[in-house]
Design a protein around this ligand. Structure first.
Ligand code: ATR
Length: 340
């Protein structure tokens, strides 16, 4: 088989790669959504995986789009990731999602790396594509008959980073250009959030982290890539209006965690919007305090939703049914009766 590596760094279209490709085998052949010999598969690999909400969310979207697909979840050990990825490729899966601890490892496995995945150094979505007799490459999920492909290649994407901005936009209704933001946390998630916020043209970013050296390193990255954004490693001066305070630390996951912010350094009454990347519990003590102070608030469930809708769009080439997927995600995470 010819090497696919020359394709690396090609700019890959996110959705419909080949606009002539039609979804045919993948459309339900019966009304009852029954498995049959034409059913196509997607899956999430992780370790652990048992609590993943992705199957509930993705299968709801797949059913709404009347696709004859199923989305599965597999617990894959890191040392067997290669075998598991090769298996999905050999069985002509539509695509895969990857979660902890596989996102970095998959970067070296895929044949082609999308620019966003290269930029963030992590792959959370793989799309498989097949080559036709006439040499065209078509996403497996958009092919008339995936059994006729000459060979399969894999493209690695990252839909996590954009999901942060989409969630802030849609769940908080906050356009970010020209804003003043405080970001709590400079770990893995904090770094991505900081760079994404900076990329939108915010005016000023206050980076607060327990370990200052990490915040300093993130600030340096921002100064290199987005020199027009003013960065600070301190809270704003007392009384300064703040448009957005975002928690990207892990504080709030456990009931007895301290708050991720110092209430002596910032009066939440000066903050108009608060976002917590944590979605379980649905309201962290940080979000509760922010709500009590009059902030508009949102939790990180939207990030989970929008990384998932973007993945489905990458596989189908069609707009994902966001409200159906949101409802399924909500029910899975908080239960049917919860109002959160
Ligand atoms: P993730 O990939 O989820 O971002 P991470 O890289 O381990 O995970 O980052 C966790 C974040 O929560 C960091 O900002 C971390 O602060 P440090 O960089 O100082 O470690 C923050 N964090 C975790 N526990 C904390 C605690 N007890 N007090 C303050 N910050 C904490």
């Amino acid at each position: 088989m010819p090497s696919l590596k020359p394709y690396i760094n090609l700019k890959i279209q996110r959705c419909a790669v080949d606009t002539n490709a039609r979804i045919k085998t993948s459309v339900l052949s019966n009304q009852n959504n029954k498995l049959n010999a034409s059913t196509l598969y997607a899956a999430v690999y992780g370790h652990p995986i048992r609590h993943s909400a992705s199957p509930a969310m993705q299968n709801a979207g797949i059913a709404e789009q009347r696709l004859n697909w199923r989305y599965l979840a597999f617990d894959v050990l890191p040392e067997q990731l290669d075998e598991a990825l090769n298996g999905a490729k050999a069985m002509r899966y539509v695509g895969l999602n990857l979660t902890v601890p596989h996102k970095l490892l998959a970067l070296n496995w895929v044949d082609i790396v999308d620019p966003a995945a290269r930029e963030w150094g992590a792959v959370n979505t793989i799309r498989f594509e097949g080559q036709m007799e006439d040499e065209r490459w078509i996403p497996v999920g958009q092919a008339d008959d995936p059994t006729h492909f000459k060979q399969i290649r894999s493209i690695g994407f990252n839909t996590d980073a954009d999901a942060i901005l989409r969630s802030i936009d849609e769940d908080l209704g906050l356009p970010l250009k020209g804003r003043t933001c405080i970001l709590l946390g400079a770990g893995g998630a904090g770094r991505v959030a900081a760079l994404k916020l900076a990329s939108t043209g915010i005016k000023r970013l206050h980076l607060i982290n327990r370990t200052q050296s990490k915040a300093k390193a993130v600030a340096r990255d921002i100064q290199d890539k987005f020199p027009e954004v003013e960065t600070s490693l301190e809270y704003p001066l007392k009384g300064t209006p703040v448009d957005l305070m975002l928690n990207a630390t892990s504080l709030g996951l456990k009931a007895d965690d301290p708050l991720p912010l110092n209430l002596e350094s910032i009066d939440l009454k000066n903050v108009s919007h608060a976002y917590d990347m944590i979605y379980q519990p649905s309201q962290t003590p940080f979000l509760r305090k922010a709500e009590q102070a009059g902030c508009r608030t949102a939790n990180g469930l939207g990030m989970l939703l929008y990384q998932g809708t973007a993945a489905l769009e990458i596989w189908t080439g069609q707009i994902a049914p966001t409200s159906t997927m949101r409802k399924a995600l909500h029910e899975h995470v908080y239960g049917k009766l919860s109002k959160h």
